[in-house]
Design a protein around this ligand. Structure first.
Ligand code: S0N
Length: 274
């Protein structure tokens, strides 16, 4: 019997569901009629939900999913792909999913892709950039770009190659084959495969384990994993976390207090660690 998880809505959106279960937030694309393909609005809503998750100190881990059990996400909605990007209500062509990808990587909390059914095209890239992926046994993975006149040469190619290796990543893009959940597990593309009716409870169990860990340690680790790959942006993220930790120290507070008290700071009492 599958365990029923109670999710409390956080905010109402048009194309996503956004809810929480304790310290776990779930952002779920709600367009099952098109296998959860995303439009510019879907992505804007996901970005807004991610921003809320970032600012809410009670949220410790974020789950990405798609409604309906048949698809995580089938990528950009081809029916609104226009001249130069995906076209939303303002008629401006965009590829705002790239902003969402960057946000998934930089948000200082673990993001878990909970994949049932199709994770294809830009939907595949979304799970790739998540920190962890838990797949149902009905999950199918693949890129379609060269079939449909597109490609993701950013995280979708370079980070994928870091995850599965250069040869496999090139195979995934050059052949546009689809891979089942076991094949994905074998190539290190996902962390775990479970029966579909156990997907949510397994994901929530992983989230609960994560929520018991030190949030600052998790934050430092995520930015450390990113730093090596993300160049100056990665260093900035890691350094920002170092500054956060420094601000928490009496040594840093002495500098601020001295300024406000219009005196010279006395750093002599602080150890010069080896
Ligand atoms: C997922 C597939 C394999 C499922 O096949 P199946 O089970 O036979 O279902 P269908 O009958 O095909 O689909 C059911 C209904 O859903 C609609 N639909 C499915 N996917 C999409 C989609 N992406 N856009 C719009 N509609 C979709 C079907 O049309 C069908 O509707 P009805 O019943 O009304 O006919 C199969 O569906 C499939 O192959 N889908 C297309 C996958 C795809 O090519 N996705 C787009 C790939 N490109 C991107 O995602 C690019 C976006 C991106 O992230 C990007 C990022 C960085 C740089 C560049 C890009 C870029 O633009 O390339």
């Amino acid at each position: 019997m599958a365990e029923t998880i109670e999710w409390t809505p956080i905010k109402e959106f048009k194309e996503i569901l956004f809810s929480q279960h304790g310290g776990i937030a779930k952002i779920s694309i709600n367009r099952p009629q098109v296998h959860n393909a995303f439009t510019p609005l879907t992505v804007d809503e996901m970005i807004e939900a991610m921003d809320i998750c970032r600012n809410r100190t009670d949220i410790g881990v974020i789950v990405f999913s798609g409604e309906g059990g048949k698809a995580f996400c089938s990528g950009g909605d081809q029916s609104v792909r226009g001249h130069g990007g995906y076209i939303g209500e303002n008629a401006v062509p965009r590829l705002n999913v790239l902003d969402l990808q960057k946000m998934i990587r930089s948000i200082p909390k673990p993001v878990i892709a909970m994949v049932a059914g199709w994770a294809i095209g830009g939907g595949h890239v979304l799970h790739v950039v998540c920190d962890l992926t838990i797949a149902a046994d009905n999950a199918r993975f693949g890129q379609t770009g060269p079939n449909v006149g597109s490609f993701d040469g950013g995280f979708g190619a370079s980070y994928l190659a870091r995850v599965v290796g250069q040869k496999k990543a090139r195979e995934i893009w050059f052949l546009c084959d689809q891979y089942d959940a076991q094949e994905a597990l074998d190539m290190g593309l996902v962390n775990k495969v479970v029966p579909l009716d156990k997907l949510e409870e397994t994901t929530v169990a992983w989230c609960h384990k994560i929520l018991q860990k030190s949030p600052l340690a998790l934050r430092m680790l995520k930015s450390a994993f990113n730093a090596e790959l993300d160049g100056q942006a990665g260093i900035q993220e890691l350094a920002g976390n170092a500054t956060l930790l420094y601000y928490l120290s009496d040594e840093a507070k002495e500098g601020k207090n001295a300024f406000l008290e219009k005196r010279q700071p006395d750093f002599s009492k602080f150890p010069k660690f080896p």
